[in-house]
Design a protein around this ligand. Structure first.
Ligand code: GLU
Length: 322
């Protein structure tokens, strides 16, 4: 009797779920981004907004997640915990190859590029009263090197190694998340913060308006060498007058932000995401000021070292872009 009851109940439950599933007929996708005051989070939000306008037609429902950043996103996609993620071009490269920070994980062969987005200068902000004027002045100071999992932390580690420095060269090292560092600078808990981020960004605006700070130049032989020897680095500038108290351009180096996924995500899903963005491209560029400079022809190739996902390539070919 009880077995009969179970069969009955289980059948009803199963049928109900199947109905809900087919009725909704939706595929949910999650995009991993970064801290809420960065540019990844609003970029993911902009992509989801455009995707979700067409959910009824294509069945893809998109949600955005605030995360620890690039390295976290790449690992979470590999583990199947995220479908898409925003990642710096340097960490896309290393994750795919299984090099640098990803040496232990080995090559992530299923990693796929979708498109690139905004440039991300490696940005150093210091308290005006700290006297820091160049990257070398950070020696002996209190510096936030970023949370493990963030792109800036990885790039900072590479930069320190290139300069022959270690964290012991600083008086104090903190590992705060990007959203907490502006406050720490202005509360005088640290002298400087680093953030690989698009401009303008909420975090840098916060650090330059809450208290008196300066953007710090990052240049010299070690930087030139990094740019010369690695395809994913380039020289970069944070434009003057963008942030309070910073009238002149600030020279530094940088990477590009990219959207990545896995070959396990279906061609249809990636095709619909890419189509949603490029069909409303003008609108997409207006959704955040750091996206305003995007050019479609650059987005489908710049900073992409992993192979393009088939769904993205399908749309780009349909449009005659490749
Ligand atoms: N580039 C940073 C990272 O990879 C995130 C920047 C942002 O949040 O906009 O972690």
């Amino acid at each position: 009797m009880s077995r009969f009851l179970c069969v009955l109940v289980c059948t009803v439950v199963f049928a109900t779920f199947s109905i809900i599933d087919t009725k909704a007929g939706e595929t949910s996708i999650r995009i991993g981004t970064g801290g809420k005051t960065g540019v990844y989070f609003p970029t993911g939000g902009a992509i989801c907004r455009l995707v979700n306008r067409g959910t009824k037609a294509h069945g893809v429902k998109c949600t955005v997640e605030s995360t620890g950043g690039s390295v976290y996103n790449l690992k979470a996609i590999r583990a199947g915990e995220l479908d898409f993620g925003v990642a710096q071009s340097d960490w896309q490269f290393h994750s795919h190859k299984g090099s640098s920070k990803f040496a232990e994980d080995g090559p992530f062969e299923e990693l796929r590029a979708v498109f690139s987005v905004h440039p991300e200068p490696f940005t150093v902000v210091a308290r005006l009263d700290s006297g820091i004027k160049s990257f070398d002045d950070l020696k002996g100071k209190r510096v936030n090197i970023g949370n493990p999992g963030s792109g800036q932390r990885g790039t900072m580690d590479v930069l320190l190694a290139a300069k022959g420095w270690t964290t012991k060269d600083f008086e104090l090292v903190t590992e705060l998340k990007s959203t907490n560092q502006a406050r720490a600078v202005c509360d005088n808990k640290i002298d400087a913060m680093v953030f690989t981020v698009g401009h303008p960004s909420g975090a840098i605006k916060e650090a330059t308006t809450l208290c008196e700070t300066v953007l710090v130049e990052v240049s010299g032989a070690a930087i030139d060498e990094l740019i010369a020897n690695n395809p994913y680095y380039r020289s970069a500038t944070v434009p003057g007058k963008m942030y309070k108290g910073n009238e002149a351009d600030t020279k530094t180096f940088g990477v590009g932000a990219t959207l990545v996924t896995s070959s396990k995500v279906s061609e249809d899903v990636v095709y619909n995401l890419v189509k949603s963005v490029f069909e409303k491209f003008k609108r997409f560029k207006r959704l955040h000021p750091a996206l305003g400079i995007l050019k479609q022809e650059e987005m489908i190739k710049d900073g992409l070292s992993a192979p393009l996902h088939d769904g993205a390539a399908k749309y780009y070919k349909e449009m005659g872009w490749m």
